[in-house]
Design a protein around this ligand. Structure first.
Ligand SMILES: Cc1cc2nc3c(=O)[nH]c(=O)nc-3n(C[C@H](O)[C@H](O)[C@H](O)COP(=O)(O)OP(=O)(O)OC[C@H]3O[C@@H](n4cnc5c(N)ncnc54)[C@H](O)[C@@H]3O)c2cc1C
Length: 354
């Protein structure tokens, strides 16, 4: 069994990784345990929608997100953050090219950089799955790792994306998970300019393309009342390293559990059909199709803070617009965990689990 004293974060996607960096900066020894599943972060468009938060204090706070990313890159080196154009479709051509300050974190660059950045910052990385909810023991919490066996930690943060529900079944019902799918092209295929569509040119120009009327937030808001599974396609694309993400299809099922992965051939078919409505050229690109579970909260407010009645157990999960929310919320949670702030800052934002 490992020596106690360290803080363990479960989940090495965007949330767990940025929180780990904040905690080591405050002098806490951190172990980050990650199962190396397909993460939502790795397939994300990475759009930093700092203007699109929920109304109220959290929405205002999100305006700091671009500055947080600038600071993170200043401290840790390139993480994929860059200004980029955003092209909205579905409302005519007149006014819909938004130029920087819209920004993207290229998720392919971020995922490639994170292991080196985390190790350089002093985070201990462990490749393992946490098999069951943390068990209270004298001096903290015991986690059962596969491989690795028991791990004792004084404090544990659950930042495992859609994996959080099984690690803390009593999390509030507003935390759910969807399945999201994209065509993930490792290389942008060449296309003669003569045949290129306007949308292809935006993709080649490394701009994000999105519908003006984004259906995913609406689906997430309606998720709690669903009687049967529902899917929608928000046709668009985003640069992804040397490649391109074409998406996205989102599927939500009734109940708290996202269930087994949906049938990929059907999901890919629906996605390509939706993309064809935007641009048949993009819809015919080869893929492969990939899908991941994505945690979200039905009211758009993530879960950030202590778990009630479980001293030393924390949650950092369920983001809506994670690339704007996580970089501003990670420092606040790190301050509370490190004992340099009380939980009032989180309570004011309405993000506590209790
Ligand atoms: C196609 C697509 C487009 C998106 N576009 C945007 C966008 O433009 N802007 C935006 O802000 N958001 C976007 N999102 C959403 C955003 O990517 C996610 O909300 C965010 O990345 C979630 O990060 P996370 O760290 O909470 O979870 P994840 O990235 O899913 O990471 C969770 C980690 O926990 C690990 N884990 C799970 N269970 C266990 C366990 N039991 N033991 C150990 N490890 C475990 C997994 O291996 C994984 O690495 C998009 C998502 C998708 C799929």
């Amino acid at each position: 069994m490992s020596a106690p004293g360290r803080l363990t974060i479960v989940g090495g996607g965007l949330a767990g990784s940025l929180l780990a960096l904040e905690l080591v900066e405050r002098g806490l020894p951190v172990t980050l345990v990650d199962a190396a599943d397909a993460t939502a972060t790795a397939l994300s468009y990475g759009g930093v929608a700092s203007w699109a938060g929920p109304p109220g204090r959290l929405g205002s706070l999100l305006r700091q997100a671009p500055e947080r990313w600038r600071r993170l890159q200043g401290r840790h080196g390139p993480l994929g953050w860059r200004g980029c154009g955003l092209r909205l479709h579905g409302g005519g051509w007149g006014s819909s090219l938004l130029r920087p300050p819209f920004a993207q974190v290229d998720s392919s660059v971020l995922m490639a950089a994170l292991p080196r950045v985390l190790v350089a910052a002093g985070v201990e990385l462990r490749r393992a799955r946490v098999l069951a909810p943390p068990r209270p023991v004298a001096g903290g919490w015991q986690l059962e790792l596969e491989p690795g066996g028991p791990l004792l930690a004084e404090q544990v943060v659950l930042a495992a994306g859609a994996g959080c529900r099984s690690l803390a079944p009593a999390l509030p019902d507003r935390l759910l998970a969807s399945w999201a799918g994209v065509l993930a092209l490792p290389v942008r295929p060449g296309l003669s300019p003569r045949f290129a569509s306007p949308w292809w040119r935006h993709a080649a120009g490394r701009r994000i393309v999105q519908p003006r009327h984004w259906q995913r937030p609406e689906l997430e808001g309606a998720a709690a009342g669903l009687q049967e599974e529902r899917w929608i396609v928000d046709a668009g694309c985003a640069p992804w390293g040397e490649g391109l993400l074409l998406g996205q299809i989102s599927l939500v099922r009734p109940g708290l559990d996202s269930g087994v992965p949906p049938e990929t051939a059907a999901m890919e078919g629906h996605l390509r059909q939706g993309l064809a409505g935007l641009d048949p050229l993009l819809a015919a690109l080869p893929g492969p199709y990939r899908q991941v579970p994505v945690a979200f909260c039905t009211d758009g407010l993530p879960l950030v803070g202590p778990l009630p009645g479980a001293a030393g157990l924390w949650v950092f999960n369920g983001f809506g617009g994670a690339f704007a929310q996580v970089p501003v919320l990670a420092p606040l949670l790190a301050d509370v965990i490190a004992g340099v702030a009380d939980g009032a800052s989180l309570a004011r934002l309405g993000v506590l689990a209790g």
